[in-house]
Design a protein around this ligand. Structure first.
Ligand code: ADP
Ligand code: MG
Length: 551
């Protein structure tokens, strides 16, 4: 109980830091249970990990907050944020409650016992000596106060909790409505798409709100907000065109993260995208293992076959071809592509270059020559930002022109342009693109080496993940909302590696961990994980060097 904890802390006051180990374990407080799961080894190590469980009767959450799994996820997210607010002036307490995105995080869980908050405590020291009295004040006085502020009724802002749950529930419903309306994405009227800066994901102040063109406007039903009007991006091929700096990439970036939910006030809380959408970009230098690139790259000089292609150092076009094939392997039905992050020779080859370099001497079949086949044969839609080349106009079902951050329907004008300036006949690829069969992977090639029974998973910066001996650069993997998702990717990769044997189909094996077995990952006391999508875990796995594909 708190008195015992207090006594222990007073007893070890002034001792060497190691004596903090004495407070590990469970402590029953009046209104919650505190578990100290991991005590840091020294004052400079990562902070200690702790949890409080507030019983349901004490938390007294409103019924709506647990009415559905979606609302419960939102309520958990809100409670974690509320705890973070409650401890914001406590330097030694922290919780990983996320930024603009509302994900399925382990910072706050609803368990049979109650509301569980997982946070970190930096146990105070002077040099290497324990400051026991200070720790006692922190854990037995301040902590209970802050937990009550964050969780207990009367102290909570019930309206804000409800608004948070409503907004998330609406996003899930809007996203679910896309397919039946024949859409791949939706951007509500009034949405604010640009961000404060490249390193600040909050909305840009003073931005021009989104206004859909009349001809492309649709109205979807949201359970809480009611009817929502906005731009509907239909299945098929959609081009985003327009002059530089007119807002094309900003729109596409909003669509990329539209697979996740956003907090109210984010500006993108009614921007939703087909949940299996994949971002396709060039990433020279990445590793590629056992991917059939032949639909895009074949007859390489020196007869290097591309049906089962591996490299430690992919070129821009090779990496982008691999990205498409891997996305198809993972089962995507929507590709999001931006000219800014594409390899030109992968995207286009104009008439003059076709005339100069004979098809037989050109190993690359550009995406241009596959985009219709993807739509017609495989049901895969593409949303493509292309301001620099008109070649795609022939293939587009819809052309949206961004003009001073306002979308215009340019489809009819584009038809006129293609009629007035015909692109001429193109030699079509002589072999079809087939959706790849999922790769079989030798689990031990994921190499999850353990230390003291724990796989070493470390997130070094926003996009570097190390799992065991591997270092993965995920800077080109999108969308990753935050480091908590990176850590969870590490967990999934490690567990796949420990499974042993052969992973019969990599995407299915990943999906199992993300769905049926997710609880096994959240059981660990870590409060700094957030559930990623299959697409990003598969993308991370595909980038592992030394991945062993079984034929
Ligand atoms: P493009 O891809 O067409 O070249 P970007 O999408 O990169 O253009 O946008 C250029 C700049 O305009 C960015 O700095 C972005 O933050 C800003 N911007 C985008 N949309 C808006 C908006 N709706 N209101 C104000 N500024 C915006
Ligand atoms: Mg751009």
């Amino acid at each position: 109980n708190p008195h015992e904890l207090e006594n222990t802390l007073h007893r070890i006051d002034g001792k060497g830091y190691k004596a903090y180990k004495d407070i590990a374990g469970r402590h029953a407080f009046d209104r919650f249970t505190l578990s100290i799961d991991h005590v840091q080894a020294d004052p400079f190590a990562a902070p200690s990990r702790a949890r409080v469980v507030v019983p349901w009767a004490v938390a007294g959450l409103p019924e709506h907050a647990t009415a559905t799994p979606v609302r419960a996820r939102a309520a958990r997210d809100w409670l974690a944020r509320n705890f973070r607010r409650a401890v914001r002036d406590e330097r030694d307490l922290a919780i990983d409650a996320g930024a603009q995105t509302v994900l399925d995080r382990t910072a706050c869980l609803f368990t049979e016992a109650g509301v569980e908050l997982r946070f970190t405590v930096h146990l105070p020291a002077a040099g290497r000596k324990i400051l026991g009295r200070q720790a006692a004040t922190l854990l037995t006085e301040k902590l209970p106060e802050r937990v009550a502020t964050a969780v207990e009724p009367g102290q909570r802002d019930e309206a804000a909790l409800r608004a948070h749950c409503d907004a998330v529930e609406d996003q899930v419903a809007l996203r679910a409505a896309l397919a039946e309306r024949g859409l791949v994405a939706f951007v509500a009227e009034g949405a604010v798409l640009p961000r404060a800066s490249g390193i600040d994901d909050r909305p840009l102040q003073g931005a021009i709100p989104f206004e859909p063109p009349e001809s492309l406007a649709v109205t979807l039903a949201a359970p809480n907000a009611g009817p929502v009007r906005g731009l509907g991006i239909a299945k098929g091929i959609t081009l985003l065109v327009g002059g530089g700096f007119h807002g094309k990439s900003t729109l596409l970036n909003a669509l990329k993260v539209g697979v996740f939910d956003h907090r109210p006030g984010d500006g993108r809380e009614q921007v939703v995208t087909n949940p299996d959408a994949a971002c396709i970009r060039a990433e020279d230098g990445r590793a590629v293992t056992g991917v059939d690139l032949s639909p895009f790259i074949h007859d390489l000089p020196l007869d290097k076959p591309t049906e089962d292609f591996s490299t430690d150092l992919a070129s821009g076009s090779t990496s982008q071809a691999a990205a498409v094939m891997e996305a198809l392997e993972a089962g995507t039905s929507t590709l999001l592509v931006d000219e800014d992050t594409s390899a030109t020779n992968f995207m286009i080859r104009d008439r003059r270059m076709q005339a100069l370099v004979a098809p037989a001497d050109e190993p690359i079949t550009p995406f241009l020559d596959r985009i219709r086949e993807l739509r017609d044969v495989h049901g895969v839609s593409t949303v493509l930002v292309m301001g620099g080349s008109g070649d795609y106009l022939d293939h587009a079902d819809t052309v949206i022109q961004m003009q001073a951050y306002r979308p215009l329907d340019a489809t009819a004008r584009a038809r006129q342009v293609t009629a007035d300036h015909p692109a001429g006949e193109r030699a079509l690829p002589d072999r079809p693109l087939t959706r790849p069969t999922p790769r079989r992977i030798r689990a031990d090639s994921l190499d999850p080496r353990e230390r003291k029974g724990r796989v070493r998973i470390k997130v070094r910066d926003d996009d570097t993940l190390s799992v065991g001996e591997h270092t993965l650069d995920l800077s080109a993997v999108e969308p990753l909302a935050d480091r908590a998702q990176l850590r969870a990717i590490g967990q999934v990769l490690a567990r796949l590696g420990q499974q042993g044997g052969t992973l019969e189909a990599a995407p299915a094996a990943i999906a199992k961990w993300l769905e049926a077995d997710w609880e096994a990952i959240t059981e660990r006391p870590d409060g700094d994980l957030a559930r990623p999508r299959l697409q990003e875990v598969a993308a991370a796995l595909s980038r592992l060097r030394g991945l062993a594909v079984v034929r």
